[in-house]
Design a protein around this ligand. Structure first.
Ligand code: NAD
Length: 510
């Protein structure tokens, strides 16, 4: 594969989506070889302002479309995704560096959430509530909210947007997407496919065509402008805890709403009774998959002292067999890091680990001669003496900190003693241990798994985490409620006007 090949292939993929790029001021690189694969035009604040106005106008039209009809548009979008799954998955691999299998998996996740949203479009249920007043009926209805700002991270360049977009669309909202400036092509591709769905939807006004779904390309400054805009009642932001710490107060200051999906520092406890065959496979996928660049990647492993030597030996053998290389080649399990910054952060973390007395296996750069501008690493295992400050922070790279434990309650306490609260898991065949981990006194995370690793969630459940992970929930279950406004209505069908709480308040006005 030469640099030129990736450039040409990207152009061909974009053409398949109907995108013809002229030169822009934001160069886009591929982490596969560090080469430039395109350049796109950045948007400025004035552009964003126009887009927000268009999103408002489209909202006026979209909110009156019956939800099942809104679902029809999402169904058509899912058809486009099915049709272009290979191409979009490949673009994800080229732009974000994921192996093909995972690039395709992301698009499948988009299709899954669209299917979920289509069903949901007939199930935006409210309640009828018993009124304390005779001749009265009380009910709760859910209405569209407005334009939704969606800020996304580089590592899930298409799926995270779709979790928000599919649900927000059936809820009657319009979309303003600010993707990571590392992955703008994926965003343009998704929006081009969505435009095709609108074409097939039929009868969409010009306002809807323009403003239902838009992409604003730029860096943090554009994200901040989106967060500050009062016309955007909900900002769903996915990325680092640092980003969330900036976005949240800006939105809060104008009393807007946020869904925050921020950093994780995910743990797994492997108990004495665990099925080690399953555990080794799960650890490998969760710690090494996506080159350790998932928010749910496994970063902390707590192993019972009695099985630690056996498990570690097996893990080392498994790590040695992992094929690192071009993510577009079949058989590759670990692709590149997103860039030099990620590599430097990983090396810094490993240096700190060594200084703290850790024994470190792996972690070195590989394939540098073949791709001097790209950053491939051997995933690292660091046997830590304790859960230090280093272990408590998220390093977004394939570093797995391993610690031994003797007492499960202590292990759970240590597991919870980090600022993040996204995903967690336990490997055990002991019912008591499994129940303890999922009980109130167990894991404090949003995602708590038994005999499954912490990563690779299905869309049917609500996704998100506690503490510095931000507390937001997206995707399935009742996450849709965050994208709507709740209306409580009391209807008096009697000939009297009783007040609640039995209050008497009257004058003789006859
Ligand atoms: P990042 O925080 O650097 O960027 C994420 C997005 O936020 C980008 O679009 C970026 O332009 C924007 N942004 C950055 N600073 C901003 C600011 N001050 N104001 C407004 N917008 C701003 O994150 P990244 O490097 O792209 O992604 C990796 C991080 O994202 C990791 O911490 C990972 O755990 C997290 N992540 C979390 C989830 C989740 O669901 N919890 C999912 C994916 C990634």
């Amino acid at each position: 594969m030469t640099t030129d090949t990736l450039f040409r292939e990207t152009g061909a993929l974009l053409a398949e989506f109907g995108i013809a790029l002229s030169d822009g001021d934001l160069p886009v690189g591929s982490p596969i070889d560090g080469s430039r694969i395109a350049a796109v035009q950045r948007h400025d604040r004035a552009d964003l302002d126009r887009m927000t106005a268009a999103a408002e106008r489209a909202f006026i039209a979209w909110r009156s479309v019956p939800p099942p009809r809104r679902g029809e548009l999402v169904r058509l979008f899912a058809e486009e995704l099915r049709h272009h799954k290979q191409a979009l998955g490949r673009l994800v691999s080229i732009e974000a560096g994921k192996i093909l299998e995972e690039g395709q998996g992301e698009v499948q996740e988009m299709i899954d959430i669209c299917d979920f949203a289509v069903g949901l479009s007939r199930q935006l249920y409210g309640r009828v509530i018993a009124s304390e007043r005779p001749g009265h009926r009380m009910l709760e209805t859910w209405h569209p909210l407005g334009p939704v700002g969606i800020i996304t991270a580089f590592n899930f360049p298409v799926a995270v947007w779709s979790w928000n977009a599919a649900i927000a669309l059936v809820c009657g909202d319009t979309l303003l997407w600010k993707p990571s400036d590392k992955t703008p092509l994926c965003a343009l591709a998704c929006n081009a496919l969505f435009a095709r769905a609108i074409d097939r939807f039929g009868g969409a006004s010009e306002d809807l065509r323009r403003g239902l779904s838009q992409v604003a390309i730029g860096g943090p400054e554009l994200g901040r402008a989106l967060a500050a805009d009062r016309r955007v009642p909900l900002v769903s932001a996915t990325g680092s805890t640092r980003m969330g710490g900036t976005v949240a107060p800006v939105v809060a200051q104008r009393l807007g709403r946020t869904i925050l999906e921020l950093g994780g520092n995910n743990g797994m406890i492997v108990t004495q009774s665990a099925d080690l065959d399953l555990a080794v496979r799960a650890i490998l996928f969760a710690a090494v998959g996506t080159a350790g660049q998932r928010c749910t990647s496994l970063r902390r492993l707590f192993v019972h002292d009695s099985i630690a030597d056996t498990l570690l030996a097996r893990l080392q053998r498994a790590y040695a067999q992992v094929r690192i290389g071009d993510p577009l080649e079949p058989g590759t399990l670990v692709g590149p890091l997103i860039g030099e910054h990620a590599f430097a952060a990983m090396q810094q973390a490993l240096a700190e680990a060594r200084a703290e007395g850790a024994e470190v296996f792996g972690g070195e750069r590989v394939l540098a001669e073949r791709w001097p501008q790209a950053y491939y690493v051997r995933p690292a295992l660091a046997l830590m003496p304790a859960q230090s400050a280093l272990v408590q922070r998220e390093t977004f790279a394939p570093v797995l900190y391993v610690m031994r434990y003797r007492d499960l309650a202590d292990a759970i306490a240590t597991h919870n003693a980090v600022p993040q609260g996204l995903a967690s898991s336990i490997f055990t065949t002991d019912l008591r241990e499994a129940e303890l981990f999922t009980a109130a006194e167990g894991s404090d995370c949003g995602i708590v798994n038994v005999n499954i690793g912490p990563s690779g969630a299905e869309i049917g459940g609500a996704f998100g985490g506690e503490k510095e992970t931000g507390g937001g929930r997206e995707a399935g279950s009742d996450s849709w409620k965050a994208y709507m406004r709740r209306m409580t209505t009391t209807i008096n069908y009697s000939r009297d006007l009783p007040l609640s709480q039995g209050i008497r308040f009257a004058v003789d006005a006859s």
